[in-house]
Design a protein around this ligand. Structure first.
Ligand code: EZ4
Ligand code: CO
Length: 402
């Protein structure tokens, strides 16, 4: 089998997605997600100008070799643009291989290790009663794990809290919007939120919370300690992780489990975190971390240290990535949990898929390959629209981590 063509489909069915479609001489094609939220066209151009020409004529079954060719062969390693482009190619090749061998990707990764993939949903409220109501609603839908974000009194706009009646969606069309931030108000408020939540929803449901990189290590340590009575499933991205050593300090102070890495794009971003057991869950996911090939190696390394996966799964990761993550999560032994932020029905129409939610778990379905397609004609009706993630400023105007 040979790769004969590859093309990009850039579309915006409610939000922007970049999709790579690789075609073979046997008529089988594969899909890969190349979406990098707010920097979509950089990846599209990287693939179009520098990668696609190198793929033509190659054997699509030689996934490891193609991966090394794009990683080592570029000379310039790592970085979100490069690694997202490599991911797209890698996932498309796994899709082709599954289809050619008539088997779902989870079988190529060792087969099922479990019946379903535990997922967590997003609850959000502008205040504590709203957050409780939103959590209860998701529990009634069958979710066994819920991430809870809440408006903070005295802070005009918070991460994870919708502005209107639509579900929360961080990226917005147009230029970046601005959020405000107060660490002091947040730190005083969050323990009250989880105290009220546990009182209302009981001890059984898994509760998670995303700090979204906004604290210093010692502030994160204080929050983790304060949240211990409410036994969170995890505290996410407590501090930026460029300095992996920063997590040592947090770890020394609290037994609240830690998840990090949705912005990582390389195993090396997580190496110290894992081998020192400073985190419990790795969030680096397939679309930004170099594909299934790279994540399998990272997950296997993590397994040795009892670190589990907890992949990013927000709406900026297309249904192609969601499917890949579900095959992956079904197969590997050290799977922990998968984020599930449902796409809009329009996104789902553009990407018909076999995966589904059932009673707190998701399954990828048993179709060969990924089990996801793209309706190109429908996609064409929704062209790319400039959109960005917001930025955040402290109350005095200082730009801070969003
Ligand atoms: O802000 O996906 O855990 N989920 C998150 C997301 C991220 C967006 C960024 O592209 O933190 O909401
Ligand atoms: Co997050």
């Amino acid at each position: 089998m040979k790769i004969v063509a590859a093309k990009l489909i850039v579309c915006s069915p409610d939000r922007n997605f970049v999709t790579l479609k690789i075609e073979t001489d046997e008529g089988i094609y594969g899909l890969g997600d190349a979406t990098l939220n707010g920097r979509e066209l950089a990846v599209a151009s990287y693939l179009e100008e520098h990668v696609i020409p190198c793929l033509i004529g190659r054997d699509p079954f030689a996934i490891e070799d193609v991966w090394q060719y794009l990683y080592r062969g570029a000379y310039w390693r790592r970085g979100p643009v490069t690694m997202t482009a490599i991911s797209a190619v890698d996932v498309a090749l796994w899709d082709i291989k599954g289809k050619a061998l008539h088997t779902p990707i989870y079988n190529l990764l060792g087969g099922k290790s479990r019946q379903g993939v535990l997922v967590y949903a997003h609850a959000n409220g502008s205040d504590i009663p709203g957050a409780i109501e939103s959590t209860k609603k998701l529990m009634a839908e069958g979710y066994l794990a819920v991430r809870v974000q809440c408006g903070v009194p005295g802070v005009a706009s918070s991460y994870g809290v919708p502005k209107g009646s639509k579900p929360y969606e961080p990226a917005e069309r147009g230029l970046p919007s601005e959020n405000v931030w107060s660490t002091e108000r947040y730190l005083n408020f969050v323990p009250q939120l989880f105290e009220a939540l546990r009182r209302e929803v009981g001890e059984d449901v898994h509760l998670l919370h995303d700090v979204h990189h906004r604290l210093t290590p010692i502030e994160a340590a204080r929050l983790g300690k304060a949240l211990e009575p409410y036994h969170l499933y995890w505290m996410e991205d407590p501090t930026p992780a460029e300095d992996q050593d920063a997590f040592r300090l947090i770890r020394q102070h609290t037994v609240t489990p830690i998840a990090t890495g949705e912005v990582f794009n390389s195993f090396w971003d997580a190496h110290d975190l894992i081998r020192n057991q400073w985190v419990d869950y790795l969030r680096m996911t397939i679309v930004h971390g170099g594909g299934i090939t790279a994540l399998k190696k990272a997950a296997d390394f993590a397994a040795v240290y009892q670190v589990k996966t907890g992949f990013h799964g927000a709406t900026d990761l297309s249904p192609v990535t969601m499917a890949a993550a579900l095959h992956f999560g079904l197969a590997i032994h050290n799977f922990g949990i998968q984020e599930h932020m449902p796409h809009t029905s329009l996104t789902d129409q553009v990407f018909p898929h076999a995966y589904r939610f059932d009673a707190g778990y998701m399954v990828p379905g048993d179709e060969p390959g990924l089990g996801v397609d793209i309706d190109e004609r429908l996609a064409q009706k929704y062209p790319y629209q400039r959109a960005y993630l917001p930025i955040a400023r402290k109350l005095d105007g200082t730009l801070t981590d969003w």
